[in-house]
Design a protein. Sequence first.
Length: 575
Amino acid sequence: MDSVHINAQASEPTVSPGQLPESMQTPAVSDSPSTGRGSNRWLLDPATAYTRSALILRLIGKRATFSQTPLSLRLWFWLAPLLTALIGGVLRFVRLGEPNSLVFDETYYVKDAYSYLQSGYERNWAEKANDLFNQGIFTGIQNTPEYVVHPPVGKWMIAFGMWLFGPGSTFGCRFSAAVVGTLSIFILALIATKMFRSTILGAIAGLLFAVDGHAIVESRTSLLDIFVMFWALLAFGALLMDRDDGRRRLARKLSKLAGADGRVPAKALLYGPWLGMRWWRVAAGVSLGLCIGTKWSGLFFLAAFGVMSVVWDMSARRIAGIKFWVTGALLKDGILAFVSMVAVASATYLASWTGWFLSKDAYDRNWAQSNPSETWGWVPASLRSLWHYHDTAYNFHTGLSSDHPYKANAWSWFVMGRPTSFYSQYPVRGEDGCTADKCAAMVTSLGNPLIWWGGSLAILFLIGVWIAKRDWRAGAILVGFAAGYVPWLLYPNRTIFFFYAIAYEPFMILAVTMVLGLIMGAISKPPWRRQQGALFAGIFVVLAVLLSAYFYPIWTTELIPFEYWRQHMWLPSWI
């Protein structure tokens, strides 16, 4: 297991004098495949004998083994993420069944999930089926297939909770979303700990994600976007593991190529060795296939993460002294990377449609039989039918421009310009326990203002950090953020909502965490400098927790006086 270091500023591993031969001791610069300023300082001298351990030091950095790590750090490596996940789990599971009715787009996905439990595909529902469904009466389901425009994975995940607790339980309908939301806190905390080598920063990332209202609301509501976020985050974590694994493999294989004199032949350093099948990449491919199988927006994560992973390989080969590091990475890493991620993701995505394939009358299931083609007749009828289904769904998505009171242009997400209201009730005195003249019970996908406004600034700051220092962590965070955000800028006329932003929220949290780490400074900094930074970070986290306590009622349908609700509406567009 990697050791845990509180070092918020280490971009690429730095090596202390004496750990490497003198010719290999170079200043730490950025991890980038760029051949620009300072790039030659990365190259190892092929004439210098170097061992596997020396290569690992250069490629990954000095990390203590599990036995060398102090027991307290070993415990906190797991305990800190677990504690933040426990806090987030309490905020997500307490009163999860409230409101005791379908809210917002649950009207689609929960009923689709029930259809899956009955027949393995979506079926139509009679008019006013929601009223019956809310009473636990499911006679509104019909025998005809329903036309839907989202793949099956997220709805199958919702169906799992309904299978466990019964379809009439709103707790069961939202169980999977709450589980996934809680697990995401744990995963994000581990990712932050690994990226920044700090249990403190890992705990900060987990805690901020645990208490943010946008994440809480999405975890307490059975919409699909929480599952998109989860699978994308899991894939990102797998690729972080693959980054270190690939560099260890490269160091091991190069050291094995050394001759009797301990020198690596120049020929071996032309393109570098094959690294073999990398199973963390396969795991990322499966996760991304499930991400796409929830919503097609997962395709952007597949493209972005795939390129990022290959760029990491290029950088590793360059650092190791390989002459043609770009070509070597493309030929000896890129092909297998494509298979491990794109091919595996495609196979996983197709497998998610198993219920549709096994059915006899799902929507468009028999389209190919009714529409023979001389050109594409060689393609299996089921795949032709599925392709036609996807074509019509794509046209629906790109052409969706209907008006909605809570639609929000992607540019407004930076300031939470128009959060989505999932549920609202305004009882008066004597109704539903209201003791004021007028009360409010709300579910609003409004994030914690300090986290979201601070997160937007942190993203902009990391752009400058990456440009100035080529810090690989800043680049990775920006890639994840861009994959979840930038594509929505391409559809300015499409009806989109702020709650889609949950897909990139973990990367925004990582951005905030990294900036707080930079403010805190490395452990080697003067004590007063680190104390001031720690004080600032501590104040930020405490204020974020207090703000979440203040806004929590409007995330969880707590009955509050109407005027108290109005006090939470800091911007007119939030109403």
